[in-house]
Design a protein around this ligand. Structure first.
Ligand code: HEM
Length: 148
């Protein structure tokens, strides 16, 4: 009788172990956030600084920014993109609606700013997937930015 019990126990134990392994390996690997895939805050800062350079040189919209210190805007934009892409930053600026209140920003001006951003994403060779995700984040803000 004991002979029979021992192998049964051994089989049971190995099944349980295998079961444990199977459960373990079925766990999905955590996917890196957009923030991580972009290369972290420094990489976002590099793109944003470059984009602010494009915006300053863009006759379609640069008058909008006349007399505005770029440093705080730069920091706010980096914080915002960092936070929205899953990074550890805290955005302390105004929400998008309040930040653009009373400016009556037009659709074509919004598009111009996004194009200036795309130029920088391309200059830094941000891959298509990440570029698309950044543009999606910007696109979601459109209604809060324009027309009021
Ligand atoms: C998705 C697109 C945009 C994003 C993410 C964005 C983001 C921001 C942020 C984070 C600020 C700073 C808010 C604060 O100081 O608390 C800001 C301010 C400002 N934005 Fe935008 N913006 C966008 C589109 C535009 C467009 C299209 C224009 C004009 C063509 C514009 C003009 C301005 C101006 C002039 C300020 C400065 C306000 C001030 O300091 O008095 N923005 N924006």
């Amino acid at each position: 009788m004991l002979k029979k019990i021992v192998p049964m126990a051994a089989i049971l134990a190995s099944l349980l172990t295998l079961g444990g392994c199977a459960t373990e390996s079925a766990k999905p690997m955590p996917q890196p956030s957009l923030y991580q895939r972009l290369g972290g805050r420094q990489a976002i800062d590099a793109v944003v600084s470059d984009a602010i350079g494009n915006i300053s040189a863009d006759a379609r919209i640069n008058q909008r920014f006349a007399g505005i210190g770029g440093t705080q805007l730069n920091k706010n934009l980096v914080d915002l993109l960092c936070a929205r892409s899953g990074g550890p930053c805290i955005y302390t600026g105004l929400d998008m609606s309040a930040a653009h209140e009373g400016m009556n920003i037009r659709n074509d001006e919004f598009d111009a700013l996004v194009q200036d951003m795309v130029k920088s994403l391309d200059r830094f060779k941000v891959p298509a997937r990440e570029k698309g995700e950044v543009l999606f984040i910007l696109g979601k803000m459109k209604n809060a930015v324009i027309g009021h």
